[in-house]
Ligand binder design. Structure first.
Ligand code: PEP
Length: 252
């Protein structure tokens, strides 16, 4: 069975309420007639409820940019998976490189977030990726393998739709440098193999692996033409309706 492409936009710490509403309206309009792909947007927490209203009854999936593992409790500054579910949020980005490198989230913490999300029927978009120095020192595979095994420890799945993996080389995020389509395809094929060792092979075969890192209208088509690239996680180019529309409307 073919994997259904997923085009995901991470708005990070951008957009006022008005801007978020307008961008969400534009994304809904841009994806309305497309029934062969999924589109997801991850607004900042302040705009989640508002955007939930805009995307209700559309094809657009709502995601948060992180999620705590507990359903409630004394965890200042966090959002619980039940709170997300309550407003219609279906996905949560977990382990984004900015969380790992700016806020020092560890593999262990990320693993707890992934488990909490899955237990509460929120699909994690589990981000992994190597830094430039790790790649240059030939440590890329060890780093990715470590992130995947630790992040998915004790995670069991009934089906592939419970988890999305996003390969985002840190050196390509927000830098304008994109991995070439061959570099990305090579890592994605490796990751699918690795996921096949962790879960059942048929689950890994069905699981969506996204590429992220300076995806833009100019490189979306060639990336989406690669066998193991099932979609993209987009930062900067997801903040402008026109560029995100072109990315959503990629051609294979
Ligand atoms: C991201 O935030 O996940 C990302 C890939 O950002 P950008 O597209 O701006 O590189």
């Amino acid at each position: 069975m073919a994997r259904r492409p997923l085009i995901a936009g991470n708005w990070k710490m951008h957009t006022s309420l008005d801007e978020a509403r307008a961008l969400a309206v534009a994304v809904v309009a841009a994806s309305n007639d497309l029934d062969d792909r999924d589109v997801m947007i991850a607004p900042p927490s302040t705009a989640l409820s508002e955007v939930a209203g805009v995307v209700a009854d559309s094809n657009v999936i709502l995601s948060s940019q992180n999620v705590h593992w507990a359903v409630k409790g004394a965890f200042t500054g966090e959002i619980s998976p039940l709170m997300l579910k309550d407003i219609g949020c279906k996905m949560a980005i977990i382990g984004h490189s900015e969380r790992r490198h700016v806020f020092f989230e560890t593999d262990e913490l990320i693993n707890k977030r992934i488990q909490g999300a899955i237990e509460n029927e929120i699909t994690p978009v589990f981000c992994i990726g190597e830094t430039l120095s790790q790649r240059e020192e030939g440590k890329m595979i060890d780093v990715l393998e470590g992130q995947v095994w630790s992040g998915l420890e004790n995670v069991s799945l009934h089906n592939a739709s419970q988890l999305v993996v996003a390969y985002e080389p840190v050196w390509a995020i927000g830098t304008g440098k994109t991995a070439t389509e061959n570099q990305a395809q090579e890592v994605h094929a490796y990751l699918r193999d690795l996921l096949g060792n962790i879960f059942e092979k048929n689950i890994a075969a069905q699981m969506r692996i996204l590429y992220g890192g300076s995806v833009k209208p100019e490189n979306i088509d060639i990336l989406m033409q690669q066998d193991d690239i099932d979609g993209v996680l987009v930062g900067g180019a997801a903040l402008e309706a026109d560029s995100f529309e072109r990315i959503i409307r990629f051609h294979k």
